[in-house]
Write a protein that binds this ligand. Structure first.
Ligand SMILES: Cc1ncc(COP(=O)(O)O)c(C=O)c1O
Length: 379
């Protein structure tokens, strides 16, 4: 009997056991259930509890997206458009690309997984930063490929020289988030182009720009400014566009390359309401710009607040800030007890750091006040 598949399965299980599973930001209802509240109490408490753990948009859903989803609701007895025609048209016009250069997914998470699964398998390597988005590691392992996690230069920023040096003949994919989650660091366009210029042409580079809308004034538009045959830029409607619950993200790349990835996706991977909502959100430019500006202002206020309290770690370019404290896990627990959910970064090897999503003015005020109380009561 050929036992190769058993060896391979055992190897995958061993590899998977070394991984930290993806632990999403704790939903408000889950926290309240953990605190022992019954359904009625949960209903009463929900609005008093603040979730700053998943980098969502705290200002809600763009009005034009709500309208578009309401209009689409009466058609959900039909399957969605498997090719996302209207959404691709809107994205193509937004970015000045052909619709064949677009891949739409159930969140950019699906886009990332599809690309990794498509281009990397057993015997191949996928290179990413040690403190890069955890889904790269999970998708690499699921694909049976070998993960090569490169330490950051300063603990926060991708070390592009070291990443280039890690590329071997069997490196198939490189994943880079810019700005990076969870560290919030940003790489300049020219540094990225120099990195791309040094790579073998066959390597697929996923430039994950889930937080692009927060830095579009700081860097060039990678879709047009960067040049590499295997470059795939991924973006999402989950953050600045306020549609995290819809699950819709996309990638822009060479048409031939995406035609291959398209064969890997399920036929109806993006639901009708998500497609309609995303088209509506793209129309609501004013809303987007206003909310991004508000978020950046609030981010500064939070960073100043952390600085004053001696817990500031580094400047962030995304919609979250980093709180550094030797008792971070204790702080995290005590904040939860006071109804504020933040995200511990221990799974990223940053045991003394909490990631705090930028909320709206009231949420951030409540967070800073809860933090004051927690810092005062720490043993
Ligand atoms: C860097 C990065 N990439 C991708 C994603 C996935 O986002 P989504 O699947 O909601 O588009 C996230 C979500 O937090 C992220 O931080």
């Amino acid at each position: 009997m050929n036992t190769d598949h058993i060896d391979w399965m055992t190897q995958s299980v061993n590899q998977a056991q070394k991984l930290h599973p993806y632990v999403p930001g704790k939903p408000v209802q889950q926290l309240l259930r953990e605190q022992g509240l019954d359904e009625l109490q949960i209903e009463q408490q929900v609005s008093q509890t603040i979730k700053l753990a998943s980098n969502e948009n705290p200002y809600g859903v763009p009005p034009q997206a709500v309208q578009a989803m309401q209009d689409a609701a009466s058609e959900v007895h039909r399957y969605p458009d498997g090719d996302c025609f209207a959404l691709k048209q809107a994205l193509a016009s937004e970015h000045g690309v052909e619709t064949s250069q677009l891949l739409v997914g159930n969140g950019s998470n699906e886009v990332l997984e599809l690309i990794i699964r498509c281009f990397a398998g057993v015997g191949d390597e996928v290179v990413y930063s040690q403190r890069g988005f955890i889904v790269y590691a999970l998708a690499t392992t699921a694909a049976g490929a070998t993960a090569v996690a490169v330490p950051e230069a300063d603990g926060l920023t991708h070390d592009l020289k070291a990443m280039a040096a890690a590329v071997q003949a069997n490196t198939k994919v490189i994943c880079l988030a810019n700005p990076n989650n969870p560290t919030g660091s940003l790489l300049a366009t020219d540094a990225l182009q120099t990195f791309l210029d040094g790579l073998p042409r066959h390597v697929v580079v996923i430039l994950d720009e889930a937080y692009y809308e927060y830095v579009q004034d700081d860097i060039s538009d990678s879709i047009h400014a960067l040049n590499h045959p295997g470059l795939i830029v991924s973006r999402t409607f989950s953050k600045a566009y306020g549609l995290a619950g819809c699950r819709v993200g996309y990638a822009v790349a060479d048409s031939d390359l995406l035609a291959v990835v398209n064969r890997f996706r399920e036929p109806f991977n993006v639901n009708s309401l998500a497609q309609a909502g995303a088209v509506g959100a793209l129309r609501d430019k004013e809303w987007l710009l206003e909310k991004v500006a508000a978020c950046k202002k609030e981010r500064l206020r939070l960073e100043d607040g952390l600085l004053e309290r001696g817990c500031f770690m580094a400047k962030s370019y995304a919609n979250f800030v980093l709180l550094q404290h030797e008792k971070s896990l204790d702080i995290c627990q005590r904040l939860e007890d006071k109804g504020v959910i933040v995200r511990p970064l221990a799974p990223y090897g940053m045991a003394d750091v909490l990631r705090v999503s930028v909320g709206n003015f009231d949420e951030n005020t409540a967070f800073l006040s809860a933090l004051d109380d927690v810092l005062a009561e720490l043993p």
